[in-house]
Design a protein around this ligand. Structure first.
Ligand code: HEM
Ligand code: PLO
Length: 492
């Protein structure tokens, strides 16, 4: 069929009953893996129906970049789904909200606030280092008595406190009931949200049972209470002269829009209603916690599997930082192997293996294919990061891929690498996440060596698919490194 844009429709998977049987044969495959496998039969870009929605799946970097960069604005929409509408009060947030003036405005405010409190400012480094210190002292206590720990709650608390400081200018102590509550509801949300767009062709994900929807609603209402409480506290203490955090930045934008009633930019019209502000903060808080924590958990998992990588990072730390002080952000340039390890982690276990679905805002094309307005586009980042033509032995964990041939500098060896997405919808937290990953990992590895407790199996490398790709739970032994133990004795 000929048309103005592109000349033909992408190859189409057979209709549901057939897929159903196809899938039941391979029901072990998770969505991102299955989408990669289906390329063999249908090509790199193909389409399918999910319920009543037409969806295009992109598995190759050339088409991925056409969607995200070359035609970024055309594909900047987001679909509405039952679960994300519950989470975000019908898309009043940044990540799941459709392309609009409100979305643009909120992105701009958050970006400016993150620059001001985060990237541009020394205080966020201090906050991260204070949390790293506290994390390491918990590990140290456990190490002293030979106790194996599930690191997840401690890593989560450290990461949560960094984003808490940015969003709310506050932090949590160990065992704080509000923090425990947050851990619980957030897990419930991660387990249930955003899977519904996939449920029609992945019946074994079993998402739509009402029990899951009930759980999601319950967790979202707990979250909304917490956000509302923080918001109300800020309104009471708000002053135009001090900007303590992201909520203050959003409140200030609201004030100035309200005072500016001569122009068309009223607070409502740019989407600065209380609900919009709450949902934006909810996004940054949620993304700030779940993504970075997940990468840290994958880091520990892979370091345990690869003691030689751990050893090499420790050698690099010993040579450049030593044991008389702790790592700082300015050490990043002299620790290329650690940076390469972080890049490799983000490749082999991407946080968001299918990104967040995009939507075509008008009739357009992708390569030679026609694409109708309203078509959903899933970028299979998993397929990009595991493309055998781009990555030799893609399931092998090898930070060396990201080093130049002398092993002294960093490179990105393939264009098929987009851990944070790209274009208009690119991640807002990339710089913050990278600072945290670098500081937390360098502090931990300077002081400890991580292993599984004697007699335990190595942790699974298989992720659990969801809105983020989650590693399994397991216990870790942190052993104090001999040099650091000596250093600690001298300090006492
Ligand atoms: C979106 C990755 C950390 C805030 C995204 C997307 C990816 C991503 C792949 C989707 C892009 C798309 O749909 O095209 C990551 C990774 C992280 C990380 C790998 C950690 C290593 C963070 C942090 C924050 C954050 C710490 C908050 C401070 C956001 C927001 C969006 C987003 C708000 C939605 C952007 C939009 O739709 O306009 N991220 N992210 N992310 N990320 Fe991150
Ligand atoms: C995580 C659970 C929180 O309770 C709510 C939340 C808000 C924003 C989401 C985040 C969750 C998961 C990771 C997301 C983030 C927005 C951007 C980020 C989807 C659901 C990524 C990786 O795309």
């Amino acid at each position: 069929r000929m048309s103005a844009h592109g000349s033909r429709e992408p190859p189409h998977l057979p209709a549901l009953p057939l897929i159903g049987s196809l899938l039941s044969l391979q029901s072990e495959l998770q969505p991102h893996v299955l989408f990669k496998e289906l390329q063999v039969k249908y090509g790199q870009t193909y389409s399918l129906m999910m319920g009543s929605h037409s969806v295009i799946v992109v598995n190759h970097h050339v088409h991925a970049k056409e969607v995200l960069l070359k035609k970024g604005k055309t594909f900047a929409g987001r679909p509405r789904t039952v679960t994300t509408d519950i989470l975000t009060k019908d898309g009043k947030d940044i990540a799941f909200g459709d392309y609009s003036a409100t979305w643009k405005f909120h992105r701009k405010i958050v970006h400016a606030a993150l620059c001001m409190f985060g990237e541009g400012c020394a205080s966020i480094e201090k906050t991260i280092c204070a949390e790293a210190q506290s994390l390491c002292s918990v590990l140290s206590e456990a190490a002293d008595v030979g106790l194996a720990l599930d690191l997840s709650p401690e890593l989560t608390r450290a990461v949560t406190n960094v984003i808490c400081s940015l969003c709310f200018n506050s932090s949590y102590c160990r065992g704080d009931p509000e923090f425990e509550n947050m851990l619980q509801y957030s897990q419930g949300i991660v387990d249930t949200v955003a899977k519904d767009s996939l449920v029609d062709i992945f019946p074994w994900l079993q998402i739509f049972p009402n029990a899951d929807l009930r759980l999601l609603k319950h967790c979202v209402s707990m979250r909304d209470k917490l956000l509302q409480k923080k918001f109300d506290e800020h309104k009471v203490n708000y002053s135009d002269h001090v900007q303590r955090d992201l909520i203050d930045a959003l409140l200030r934008a609201k004030r100035s829009a309200e005072n500016n009633n001569t122009s068309e930019i009223s607070a409502e019209s740019v989407g600065l209603s209380d609900d919009h502000i709450l949902m934006t903060v909810g996004d940054i808080f949620g993304a700030g916690v779940e993504t970075t924590t997940t990468v840290l958990k994958w880091a520990i998992t892979y370091l345990i599997h690869h003691p030689e990588v751990q050893r090499r990072i420790q050698d690099e730390l010993d040579r450049t930082v030593g044991d008389s002080r702790s790592p700082k952000l300015t050490d990043r340039g002299s620790l290329p192997y650690l940076e390469a390890t972080i890049r490799e982690l983000l490749r082999i276990r991407p946080v968001a293996p299918l990104l967040i679905p995009h939507v075509a805002l008008c009739d357009t094309s992708l390569g030679d294919f026609t694409v109708r307005k309203g078509t959903r586009v899933i970028i299979n980042l998993w397929a990009l990061h595991h493309d055998e033509k781009e990555w030799k032995n893609p399931e092998r964990f090898d930070p060396g891929r990201f080093l130049n041939s002398e092993g002294t500098g960093l490179t990105i060896p393939s264009p098929s690498y987009l851990p944070f997405g790209a274009g208009l919808r690119v991640c807002l937290g990339e710089a913050l996440a990278k600072m945290e990953l670098f500081l937390f990992l360098s502090w931990i590895l300077q002081r400890f060596t991580l292993t599984v407790p004697p007699g335990h199996d190595l942790p699974s490398l298989e992720g659990k698919f969801g809105v983020v790709l989650q590693p399994a739970k397991y216990k870790v032994n942190a052993t104090i490194r001999p040099d650091w133990a000596r250093h600690k004795c001298q300090a006492e």
